[in-house]
Design a protein. Structure first.
Length: 360
């Protein structure tokens, strides 16, 4: 599987559209439930979701109404609360695994600006309003392929709508993932055509991220980690570490959050071998690096990276840190790198020495 790019739809894939439809309900002066019910009805009939608005006001000019809403200060709004909870974790995991992430959907040019202001972990964020072409047009997927920068069979397109996402992406030569989310995703999830044309069918973006990023640990290391409570789907509450360390001057990065969510709190035990007793080679508790803020700041500046603590290693409890790209370091009187996960975790479990960096 030679995949290089994951391209995401926007509405009801990354964004919860509740605020969008509630805004229209407010503008048309009808209950939000009325709009939601009508959206469901037109979806079930296979019609354009904008037809729900025309059922309320048959003579509605949607483009003119959008302009009027903007002029009245009731236009589009987007903030962090509109993102589904798995968006940042999934996109971060994919980028750290080396995938290029493209976000593109049928939204306005203003929505594109608002999305980019959220600083998503994505390489490209674009909308149909900016490209001048919309799904399911083949020209939209030509733009997706251009943004991906690789052949179509190396791209996975992820979306909830079979007719706007799955089928036209497949026709353009892309691999496809159908997401059971939102009205379209749930309605069509078990349809035979979806089952036949989707390479993956998932209930969350994290399910897809796990499928595309197998851990890659050796059997020995995998066994040690699982004995310590690790699994690829592990989801540890990391807020206590962030709350403790952020006020001490550490900058929290998406890579640090992704690592702590999966590995934070692990303290694996290496079984006794021969005359060597069982022992703990490392402990992934960031709080154990408290008091060493100066080292993280000093080395981070010297290598031009943002270092965040993730735990300690060895009998002398030397600090471990991770940078914004997911590379793991020994942070002490000198700086040394273990590389990225999974290689870094392999090295820690097998007690291999990190490569010391020669920094002038």
């Amino acid at each position: 599987m030679n995949l290089r790019v994951v391209a995401f739809d926007i509405g009801e894939t990354l964004l919860n559209d509740t605020r969008y439809w509630a805004g229209w309900a407010h503008w048309l002066q009808v209950p939000a439930h009325t709009v939601s019910a009508l959206v469901g009805a037109v979806v079930a009939q296979g019609r354009d979701n904008a037809d729900a608005l025309r059922l309320i006001r048959p003579d509605l000019d949607i483009a003119a109404a959008n302009a009027a809403r903007e002029a009245a200060g009731c236009g589009e709004e987007l903030d962090e609360s509109d993102l589904y909870g798995d968006v940042r974790p999934a996109l971060t995991k994919l980028r750290l695994a080396g995938f290029r992430v493209v976000v593109a959907g049928n939204q306005s040019a203003k929505a594109g600006q608002l999305l980019r202001a959220l600083d998503l972990p994505a390489d490209v964020v674009a909308t149909s309003g900016e490209w001048g072409t919309a799904k399911p047009s083949p020209s939209f997927f030509t733009r997706v392929i251009e943004a991906a920068g690789c052949p179509p069979d190396q791209i996975v397109h992820v979306g909830d709508h079979p007719h706007h996402d799955l089928y036209p992406a497949r026709a353009a030569g892309l691999r496809t993932a159908h997401l059971r989310r939102g009205p379209w995703g749930h309605l069509w999830a078990e349809h035979p055509d979806v089952a036949a044309q989707a390479d993956w069918r998932v209930d969350s973006l994290m399910d897809l991220a796990y499928a595309l990023t197998p851990p890659g640990f050796s059997p020995e290391v995998d066994r040690v980690l699982r004995d310590a409570g690790w699994s690829q789907q592990r989801w540890t509450g990391y807020d206590v570490w962030i709350d403790y360390l952020a006020p001490r001057g550490f900058t929290v990065t998406d890579a640090a959050v992704d690592f702590l969510r999966e590995f934070g709190g692990l303290d694996p035990v290496i079984p006794a071998q021969g005359t060597a007793p069982a022992h703990q080679p490392f402990e992934l508790d960031p709080a154990l690096c408290g008091g060493h803020e100066h080292r993280f700041t000093q080395w981070g500046r010297r290598i031009g990276r943002t270092l965040f603590p993730i735990g300690v290693v060895g009998p002398n409890h030397q600090c471990l840190g991770i940078d914004e790209h997911g590379e793991i370091y020994l942070v002490d009187e000198h700086l040394a790198t273990y590389g990225r996960v999974p290689r870094a975790i392999e090295a820690l479990v097998l007690e291999r020495k990190p490569r010391r960096l020669d920094i002038g």
